[in-house]
Design a protein around this ligand. Structure first.
Ligand code: XMP
Length: 310
C-alpha cells in the first residue's frame, strides 16, 4: 500500500465531503482514533472538534498525557469530565457483560451523543478499521454502527453522516500511517488497551478504591514489562481475598493477577516466559500497593482463556 498516497487521498476526501460544515470526533488515545484525529485536523483544522472523554477508567495520568501529546502536534483536544456518569452507571454491577454494556451505553447513548447534539457537527469522524468491519460481519463483535449506538435515527436526523477514513486499513497499516504523520511511538506503537478500559481489569464491582488499586498495579506492570517485547501486558484485580502477614499482623488482602502474552492478532495468545527476577520484582512492587498481599502470574494461553478477564 502506498501510504503517502493514502494520506493525500483521505485528506482530500474529508475536505471535499465536509466542505464548510463542522465535524466532531472522540479521541481515546488509541492508535486508530489518534490517526483519525490527525487526518481530520490536517483536512479541516478548526472545523473539527476533538473530544477526549474522561470516563474515570483510564490509566494513571492518561487523559492529561493524551491532551499534551496532541497539543505538541498543534491539535487542541477538549477534555470532557464524565467520571461521575460512568462511575454511577457501573455502581452495583458485577456481571461482566452488564459492566461492558454500561460503559458502552454511557459513552454512546449519553456522553458522546450529548456532545454531538450540542455541537453543530454534521459529520462524525470514526476510527473503524478493516478488522472491525470483518469481525462485525463474522458476528465476533457487536455491531459498529455508530449512528445506531448514538441513538440517532438516520431517517429523522439525516443531517448526520459518519466518515470512516481508516476502513481499508489493518492495524499494521494504521501504525505505519500514524508514524508517517508524526505521531510519537507512545501512540503509534501502543499496546492494545480495551475500550471499556480498567473496567475489564476488575472482577466484581468497579469502585473508585478498586480502580485506584488496579491503576497502581497497571502502572507497575507497564513500567516493568515495557522492555519485554510482548504483545500485551496487564494487571487484574480479583474479587477474592487471601490471608497474609504485614508488619507482624494478619491481613486479609487483595489479589492482583499479572498477565503478559505473545500474539499477532489477539485471536490466540501464548504466555511470555518472563525471567524469574523480573517476575519477582513485579511481585515485590505490586504487594507494596496498599491492601494487596498476593501477586499471581497467569500461565493460561488463549484459548481456553481470553486475554482480558471480563
Ligand atoms: P480478549 O479478552 O477477547 O481480547 O481475548 C482480545 C483483544 O481485544 C482487546 N479487547 C478489547 N478492545 N474493546 C476494545 O477495543 C473491548 O471491549 C475489548 N475487549 C478486549 C484485548 O485487550 C485484547 O487485546
Amino acid at each position: 500500500m502506498d501510504y503517502e498516497n493514502f494520506i493525500d487521498e483521505q485528506i482530500a476526501h474529508i475536505k471535499q465531503t465536509v466542505g464548510e460544515a463542522k465535524a466532531i470526533n472522540a479521541l481515546s488515545g488509541g492508535v486508530d482514533s489518534s490517526l483519525v484525529t490527525v487526518l481530520g485536523h490536517r483536512a479541516l483544522g478548526d472545523q473539527l472538534r476533538t473530544v477526549f472523554v474522561d470516563n474515570a477508567l483510564m490509566r494513571k495520568g492518561e487523559p492529561q498525557q493524551v491532551v499534551e501529546i496532541f497539543a505538541s502536534l498543534g491539535i487542541a483536544v477538549e477534555l470532557v469530565d464524565a467520571k461521575n456518569e460512568f462511575l454511577s452507571a457501573l455502581a452495583g454491577l458485577t456481571d461482566p457483560e452488564e459492566k461492558r454494556q454500561a460503559v458502552t451505553d454511557t459513552f454512546y447513548s449519553k456522553v458522546f451523543s450529548r456532545l454531538v447534539k450540542e455541537s453543530d457537527a454534521k459529520y462524525l469522524l470514526h476510527g473503524t478499521i478493516l478488522t472491525d468491519i470483518e469481525e462485525t460481519v463474522d458476528g465476533i463483535k457487536r455491531q459498529h454502527n455508530i449512528l445506531t449506538q448514538l441513538g440517532i435515527d438516520t431517517e429523522k436526523e439525516y443531517g448526520y453522516s459518519v466518515l470512516e477514513p481508516l476502513k481499508t486499513l489493518r492495524k499494521d497499516d494504521v501504525r505505519e500511517v500514524a508514524k508517517l504523520l508524526g505521531l510519537p511511538a507512545e501512540i503509534s506503537q501502543r499496546i492494545p488497551f480495551p475500550g471499556p478500559a480498567l473496567a475489564t481489569r476488575i472482577i466484581g464491582e468497579v469502585t473508585l478504591d478498586r480502580l485506584e488499586t488496579v491503576r497502581a498495579a497497571t502502572s507497575i506492570v507497564e513500567e516493568e514489562l515495557a522492555d519485554s517485547g510482548a504483545f500485551q501486558y496487564l494487571a487484574v484485580l480479583l474479587n477474592d481475598r487471601a490471608t497474609g502477614i504485614r508488619n507482624k499482623k494478619r491481613e486479609f488482602g487483595q489479589i492482583i493477577v499479572v498477565r503478559c502474552i505473545e500474539s499477532t492478532d489477539a485471536r490466540t495468545a501464548t504466555v511470555t516466559k518472563l525471567p524469574w527476577d523480573k517476575l519477582n520484582r513485579v511481585s515485590e512492587r505490586i504487594t507494596r500497593i496498599k491492601g494487596v498481599n498476593r501477586c499471581l502470574y497467569d500461565l493460561t494461553p488463549k484459548p481456553p482463556a481470553t486475554i482480558e478477564y471480563i
